[in-house]
Design a protein around this ligand. Structure first.
Ligand code: FAD
Ligand code: MLT
Ligand code: ZN
Length: 438
């Protein structure tokens, strides 16, 4: 089918206002959040119902046209911008339905943003277990597709733990639904969990049924500590009552201070933010010299900003090409891993090295810049991670960025099993080609 016939068929299926083809109209969809990944597309299509997604997928699979699903385009591994084919934006898939106040479950369209879901939960005296700084743009469909983590993994698990069911459209246009919301349903392969973390390579997720929780009051403590192991020792004193445990190194907080003006509480190598449930033992807390207990919501917001603004502050100060690596290590070697990462990155041509992340998930986010694109240094970092028994991607997924390094974290037979699943579900390979696998 020629491009003009394809566009006509798409406009026929959706209506012309939901099919963008001009360079200007498509521009924002074709570059990722980091600016490192740029793509191209025949058209950007914006369906508003599952039936429309199904019709689109049928046209694409009949004509071998590739499809990249895009939610909030906040992904950090180059998985949300297409190399060619169609970009399918979920922006208009934004319903809320079947809320069950007894189970605390609700079904949302994949284009619903995290902030919108948080607002819905608060409106029903509940809370949603995943939170991350991209909440105003990141979508529930994208977060399911990347199995997002965020700051509450230690208490609530990753996105897949919040997902009780999905509706999705397969490359063929067939619709599958596991939205039954049953507490127990042991009837064959878990297709819900298969699609969590599938990064748009198997199906377009159109709806997600999520579990909301009763909120538990927490208090925010900010410690100044001189090492990763001191941060771990401090957190150990609260184990069982921790809702979030974030660590930021000196370079991170100094970057946030320069860009935002937010004051840095302590002159310490690291800041540790602990969100803890239950009563505080002020006697025990008194032993910590560098400690702030947030007194109210304003305090909390200001102190959390020190952590939440790191990513954007690095982007603002960026000179040259940015490298963002999201890796995890076994917790018992986290301090040593931090030192080895710093040593590896301490070399000419590498600047703005910043390391922060989710301490008790063993998850560091490493940001650094080089004058020009330099895959070699990314490879060296990921090989170090693999040598230390870590994962080359803790929560952001593989995308295009790490597809060439998948073997560093997954065995040959695992990769071939994943590829067999992919070719069984997407035999033409039209779903997000180049993502996850090279
Ligand atoms: P997109 O970027 O649009 O897409 C991401 C991937 O999912 C792509 O491969 C895309 O093809 C696929 N996809 C999107 N929607 C669908 C769908 N409906 N069906 C099938 N596939 C789909 N991530 C974390 O895990 N933890 C964090 O703490 C965190 N903090 C962040 C902070 C900032 C400031 C930023 C910019 C990003 C952060 N991220 C974090 C990364 C990002 O927000 C997550 O990866 C998020 O899950 C992406 O959601 P999205 O809707 O933007 O997806
Ligand atoms: C975070 O935890 O802030 C995110 O994963 C984003 C990042 O890694 O920059
Ligand atoms: Zn993170």
């Amino acid at each position: 089918m020629s491009q003009s016939h394809l566009v006509a068929a798409l406009q026929n299926a959706l209506g012309s206002d939901r099919v963008l083809t001009s360079i200007e109209a498509m521009a924002g969809y074709l570059v990722d959040w980091t600016g490192n990944f740029r793509g191209d597309a025949l058209a950007v299509v914006r369906p508003s119902t599952t039936a429309e997604v199904s019709a689109l997928m049928r046209v694409c699979s009949e004509n071998g046209v590739c499809v990249t699903a895009q939610g909030g385009n906040t992904g950090l591994v180059g998985g949300s911008v297409p190399l060619d084919g169609l970009l399918l934006s979920t922006v208009y898939l934004c319903t809320f339905e079947d809320f069950d106040p007894n189970s605390g479950q609700v079904t949302v369209g994949s284009g619903v943003t995290l902030a919108q879901l948080h607002a819905f939960a608060v409106g029903h005296d509940l809370e949603f277990g995943v939170d991350l700084a991209a909440r105003d743009s990141a979508t529930i469909g994208g977060m399911t597709a990347t199995n997002a983590g965020g700051i509450h993994v230690i208490a609530q698990g990753m996105m897949r733990k919040q997902v009780v069911g999905v509706e999705a459209v397969l490359p063929s246009g067939e619709v599958i639904s596991t939205l039954r919301g049953l507490a127990k349903d042991n009837t064959g392969y878990d297709l819900t969990q298969l699609l969590c973390g599938s990064e748009g390579t198997l199906a377009v997720i159109t709806k997600v049924r999520v579990q909301l929780h009763r909120p538990v009051a927490t208090q925010l403590l900010v410690f100044g500590v001189d090492s990763i192991s001191a941060a771990l020792d401090t957190a150990a004193g609260f184990i069982g009552n921790i809702s979030a445990a974030e660590v930021i190194d000196r370079a991170s907080v100094e970057c946030v201070h320069r860009v935002t003006g937010i004051s840095v509480p302590f002159d310490s190598a690291f800041h540790l933010l602990l969100e803890v449930r239950g009563d505080l033992d002020f006697e025990a807390l008194a032993q910590h010299e560098d400690l702030i207990v947030a007194l109210d919501a304003t305090d909390r917001e200001k102190l959390w900003a020190l952590r939440e603004r790191v990513t954007e502050s690095c982007a603002v100060e960026q000179v040259g090409v940015s490298h963002k690596l999201d890796v995890s290590f076994p917790q018992n070697i986290l301090g040593d891993a931090y030192t080895q990462l710093c040593d590896l990155l301490d070399r000419d041509g590498v600047t703005q090295v910043v390391i922060f992340g989710h301490l008790l998930d063993g998850n560091f986010h490493i940001f650094f810049t080089t004058p020009a694109a330099d895959q070699e240094i990314e490879r060296e970092v990921l090989e170090l991670v693999a040598r230390l028994g870590g994962s080359i991607s803790a929560e952001h997924g593989i995308g295009r960025m790490k597809a060439a390094y998948l073997h560093l974290s997954r065995g040959e037979s695992e990769i071939s099993m994943m590829k067999s699943l992919k070719s069984a579900i997407d035999p033409q390979g039209i779903m997000n080609p180049g993502v996850l696998f090279i």
